[in-house]
Design a protein around this ligand. Structure first.
Ligand code: GUN
Ligand code: ZN
Length: 434
């Protein structure tokens, strides 16, 4: 039976273009109405013009004083690392050895995977994130556990089995053959089942043999509408390692390019040490960057260069990179992205940050028209933000002169407390306790 029409009265914000390159990129309805039916957005507009068009049995939810935006999209994080968030180590490689690999080992137990996946999805929804690109572990059961949990909640999630067949502990090692076969089977089971989507997931170049990278690329060609996700140019020691392992490659990114892993729907985490040629290649191939500022500051990896990336018009999005990232909140991720941009001499207006966390990510994933917008026809994944969520936020947002100032205060001061409610496919999947 069709759902009753649901309507939500609040301020509405979404994007139809990138505000860095288009002054009329955002859509704003101060007193707006969002109309939802059967899990999709039917209309978004001014309350005064849309309210009279509603059928008499429509349910109107009053969120006046709140702000509705598309649900946030986190394009890079690791669900198995939830329990090791905030683990100290002097840099990426010791952090992987000391905490990450032993933590991921436990995901050979499907019950453990299921329990962590449930907590992880609860936490994403509490923070207003409705879509994420998620690394599982090398264990296929970790992927089944994640997708089962995501399907039960009818979420639009992207995830994949980590491929690694060298330079890692034996207990986390697959092979080119086994990794390729298991990935193909997982694609057959999960890709496009309900709202789930599959990502071919070589962890990073140091932990995959040439043969495994070739196998990953073959899969990516055989299943062109799957995603690819990996790490690139995060940390200086890692970059030096890759130069030693692949002496004939022009750059770290070029390693993936040589194997045929750059294409639309390929999401490269970090991209800190890329040069102009690399960013141009990203743009030319339609690959996208997941910028992960809380992780990069935490591990001391480096500062993403927004100006260089924008110079090449590279597709950009934001990732938390939990467990190296220190928060599940995309608001906190914006906060740190802003400061990273400042330290590199560039500047991120608040509208740009909200774009990157919504439509920018959807475009990076070739999912424009599906998620990341309140335009009619999109899936009804949206959040209700409370600009007065804390006493300090209430005091600060009471006297904002412009929309940009209000959004900036929300990004800099906000976290999970600012998420009043989260909706996925038109259903309420989180509501903040009063
Ligand atoms: N590079 C390879 N694996 C990882 C990981 O799990 N986290 C981060 N931040 N970088 C990586
Ligand atoms: Zn990562």
């Amino acid at each position: 039976a069709p759902q009753t029409l649901q309507a939500y009265r609040a301020s509405l914000l979404y994007f139809r273009a990138d505000p860095a390159f288009d002054e009329r990129a955002h859509v704003w309805h101060e007193d707006g109405l969002l109309v939802v039916a059967d899990g999709r957005i039917q209309a978004a507009g001014d309350y005064a013009s849309l309210a009279p068009t509603l059928p008499t049995d429509a349910l109107v939810h009053d969120y006046r004083g709140m702000l509705i935006t598309p649900g946030f999209i986190d394009t890079h994080l690791h669900y198995p690392q939830t329990d090791m968030i905030a683990s100290p180590a002097p840099g990426l490689l010791p952090w992987l050895d000391t905490y990450t690999f032993p933590t991921e080992r436990r995901f050979d137990d499907p019950a453990h995977g299921r329990a962590v996946a449930e907590f992880f999805l609860d936490e994403l929804l509490r923070c207003g994130t409705t879509t994420a690109m998620v690394y599982c572990t090398v264990h296929r059961a970790s992927v089944d556990a994640f997708f089962e949990a995501s399907e039960a909640r009818d979420l639009r999630m992207v995830a994949g089995k980590v491929l690694m067949d060298r330079h890692c502990p034996d207990f986390l090692r697959d092979s080119a053959d086994i990794g390729g076969r298991e990935s193909a089977e997982l694609i057959a089971t999960w890709h496009k089942r309900e709202r789930n989507l599959y990502a071919i997931t070589p962890r990073f170049a140091p932990t995959s043999s040439d043969e495994q990278l070739r196998t990953a690329a073959e899969l990516a060609r055989a299943y062109p509408d799957t995603f690819i996700q990996t790490h690139v140019s995060e940390n200086a020691d890692e970059c030096a390692w890759v130069r030693a392992l692949f002496p004939s490659s022009r750059s770290y990114l070029h390693v993936y390019d040589q194997f045929g892993l750059m294409r639309p729907r390929a999401m490269f985490g970090h991209c800190i040490w890329l040069d102009e040629q690399d960013f141009a290649r990203m743009a030319d191939t339609g690959a996208a960057a997941a910028v992960c500022p809380t992780s990069n500051l935490f591990l001391g990896s480096g500062l993403f260069d927004f100006e260089k990336a924008d110079g090449a018009r590279t597709l950009l999005s934001l990732g938390t990179d939990v467990g190296a990232g220190t928060s599940f909140s995309m608001l906190q991720t914006m906060n740190e992205a802003y400061k990273v941009a400042r330290l590199k001499g560039s500047y991120l207006p608040a509208l740009r940050m909200f774009y990157l966390a919504t439509l920018g990510a959807a475009r990076s994933m070739q999912l424009e028209g599906v998620i990341g917008s309140l335009a009619s026809g999109n899936e009804a994944d949206f959040i209700v933000l409370d600009p007065k969520a804390t006493p300090l936020m209430a005091r600060r947002t009471a006297h904002c002169g412009t929309l940009d100032e209000m959004l900036f205060a929300l990004a800099l001061l906000g976290d999970d407390r600012a998420i009043r409610a989260t909706y996925a496919a038109g259903r309420k999947v989180h509501e903040r306790a009063a």
